[in-house]
Design a binder for this molecule. Structure first.
Ligand SMILES: C[S@@+](CC[C@H](N)C(=O)[O-])C[C@H]1O[C@@H](n2cnc3c(N)ncnc32)[C@H](O)[C@@H]1O
Length: 282
């Protein structure tokens, strides 16, 4: 539980967000998001080592970008199931027409996976949104074969991810105050390694390995381009939605100042930090 809300209330809020403004924003900004997370995404895909013939689940698959990579790796004798709580994102994923992948709209915390059928459960940034993380990972573990493996990527702490936090901090003084996001659900809820270890061991995983992945995150080709797209997804989208145009301009000016030292001929990049987590069923 978080902020006095029940698990059911938090789960309902997450479902509403990803089926509403969150999913719409992710979809609208996906081309840019995909570029931002391509490099760290390649690292988790390489670590997953999906093999021809394997059965894979992609948790919180979104528009199915990683599902497509996994489907290529497992080939025609393998299969990938992409599960996501967001109908619009699954609709986009299905439009890829992947021959050896299927997609399901569902909450991975409770989805009725085929028990003991998967060699690999994978996720790129799709496992940090569970209201009850231990319950969710217990359900996910049931999908794995006894020899199966879990491989996922999650952001570390906000302090280690200025690509996400620096623009928001710069803009905040000019924008309406936003409710503080819950610490144990959301983008940075897996930053604390000890917490993730506890979640995984309580849900029946063992052999946990945490590898820090530190990479600059591309935010745009220029500051002007970052500013033109600021507010399409994420905390700035929520803050901009309730702000006057003049306040948004002031906020953008402040963001430009904080980004200025990071603008290089090949784009604007700020440090990003993830955990690459691998584990197997205990
Ligand atoms: C940050 S996005 C990552 C999307 C995708 N993995 C990618 O890398 O492009 C998080 C995704 O998790 C999904 N999600 C959030 N809570 C979920 C849940 N309980 N069950 C399944 N998917 C969920 C969201 O709808 C969203 O698509």
């Amino acid at each position: 539980m978080s902020d006095g809300k029940s698990t059911a209330e938090i789960a309902a809020e997450q479902a509403a967000f990803w089926n509403g403004p969150g999913g719409e924003g992710w979809l609208a900004a996906y081309e840019r998001i995909a570029r931002s997370i391509a490099e760290v995404g390649e690292i988790v895909l390489a670590a997953a080592r999906a093999q021809p013939g394997e059965h894979v689940v992609d948790i919180g698959c979104g528009t199915g970008g990683t599902t497509a990579s996994l489907a290529r790796a497992v080939g025609p004798s393998g299969h990938v199931l992409g599960v996501d709580i967001s109908e619009p994102l699954i609709a986009a994923a299905r439009r890829q027409g992947l021959p050896n992948a299927t997609f399901a709209v569902g909450d991975a915390a409770t989805h009725a996976f085929d028990q003991g059928a998967s060699d690999l459960v994978f996720s790129r940034f799709g496992v940090m949104f569970f209201a009850d993380a231990v319950g969710a990972f217990r359900n996910i573990r049931r999908a794995l074969k006894p020899s199966g493996r879990l491989v996922f990527l999650a952001w570390r702490t906000p302090q280690e991810n200025p690509w996400a936090t620096a623009p928001v901090r710069a803009a905040q003084p000019f924008l309406p105050p936003q409710p503080k996001p819950p610490e144990d659900v959301g983008q940075f809820s897996f930053g604390d390694r000890a917490r993730v270890e506890r979640i995984l061991s309580e849900s029946g995983f063992a052999g946990m390995r945490f590898e820090p992945v530190d990479r600059p995150i591309w935010m745009g080709d220029s500051i002007a381009e970052v500013l033109a797209n600021a507010g399409r997804f994420g905390p700035l989208a929520r803050a901009f939605a309730g702000a006057e145009p003049a306040a948004i301009e002031q906020a953008k000016q402040a963001i430009a100042e904080v980004l200025a030292p990071h603008e290089k001929p090949d784009g604007v990049r700020l440090p990003g930090a993830c955990w690459l987590v691998t584990a197997h069923a205990a």
